[in-house]
Design a protein around this ligand. Structure first.
Ligand code: SF4
Ligand code: SF4
Ligand code: SF4
Length: 303
């Protein structure tokens, strides 16, 4: 019997959906085994189609994106109510995503910047008609409702999605590995002792040697190994988009601690090399970090 499934999109770029569609012909293997009840990215479903379903009637619900609006929160809660197994699909859903970086500011400051002050604004006004209210800050979806499974990645690879869907269809476990991108990376490594960091456009990258050994900020050592080391394999440092492996509780804290141990630089020198440390060390998972949680809690207390 086909499994009843739904794919929901909260605030996001929908790139995780692109990665699913990138399965191409392999979609033909899995689609006959799915009874799709809600997938607005490809068919004109309405929220009411999902709301009408009986509780727990979906075998699996996939949630992409994070809750930037109250409407997102409602959709997430409806998905939880209807799904026997709920899957956080992509780093936005698992950790808050790139938009979680906005937690560095209050929602009022973010709205002012976005709609009134940004250089690209030509008609400065805050939209207030037919729009859902914003959430005060971004929270990882698993902090709002319980999930049975997370599939990180920005986006997860098509192989990750295929493996997870097949595991869910066959009842097999889909456990996240405790390996890192470094474990999947073919580059030669040496004892690390970094004297200075370079921007990726500076110097000439040796295609065989570890990028971090060459002074390029590659975060593969603290990032879960699920993507096949695709960026270092293409001569580009890992930005950490898949978040940390399960044994690392705070991605950026681990990165900062490791950099402190392998460089001769003072905190001031490191700071001057990374003018945007939060963006550099928490690309997709700032909302899941301890410092974001402390800052947003303090902001809520003073409201
Ligand atoms: S995880 Fe990345 S690819 Fe997926 S919706 Fe979020 S920003 Fe887009
Ligand atoms: S290039 Fe990056 S991913 Fe590869 S071994 Fe070095 S730090 Fe790890
Ligand atoms: S190498 Fe790093 S940045 Fe690139 S896809 Fe993999 S986890 Fe993301």
């Amino acid at each position: 019997m086909p499994k009843r499934v739904a794919f929901a999109q909260l605030s996001s770029c929908w790139g995780c959906d692109q990665s699913l569609v990138d399965l191409h012909l392999r979609l033909l293997e899995v689609l006959p085994q799915l009874e799709i009840k809600y997938w607005p990215a490809v068919v004109d479903y309405k929220l009411s189609d999902l709301e009408r379903l009986p509780k727990g009637s979906l075998h699996v619900g996939f949630v992409e994106g994070s809750c930037r609006t109250q409407e997102d929160v409602h959709l997430l809660e409806v998905m939880r109510e209807k799904s026997q197994v709920l899957v956080a699909w992509g780093s936005c859903s698992c950790y808050g995503g790139v938009q979680g970086l906005a937690n560095q500011w209050s929602i009022d400051e973010a709205i002012t910047r976005k709609f009134l002050k940004a250089d690209t604004v030509t008609d400065p006004r805050v939209p207030d008609e037919n729009v859902p209210g914003f959430t005060d800050h971004i929270v990882p979806n698993p902090d709002i409702v319980p999930f049975e499974l997370i599939i990180p990645g920005c986006p997860p690879t098509s192989d990750n999605i295929y493996d997870a869907v097949v595991a869910l269809l066959t009842g097999k476990p889909f456990d996240l590995p405790d390996r890192t991108v470094c474990d999947e990376c073919p580059r030669e490594r040496e004892e690390k002792h970094i004297k200075e960091f370079h921007r990726t456009y500076e110097g000439h990258i040796d295609p065989n040697k570890c990028l971090l050994d060459q002074g390029y900020l590659c975060l593969g050592f603290a990032t879960i190994g699920l993507c096949g080391a695709q960026c270092p394999s293409a001569n580009s440092p890992c930005k950490g988009c898949f978040g940390p492996p399960p044994s690392i509780k705070d991605h950026g804290a681990k990165i900062i601690a490791a950099l402190g141990a392998i460089t001769d630089m003072s905190p001031e020198e490191l700071k001057s090399m990374f003018p945007d440390p939060i963006g550099s060390f928490y690309f997709t998972d700032y909302a899941a970090s301890f410092i974001s949680k402390i800052a947003t809690a303090e902001r809520s207390d003073t409201k």
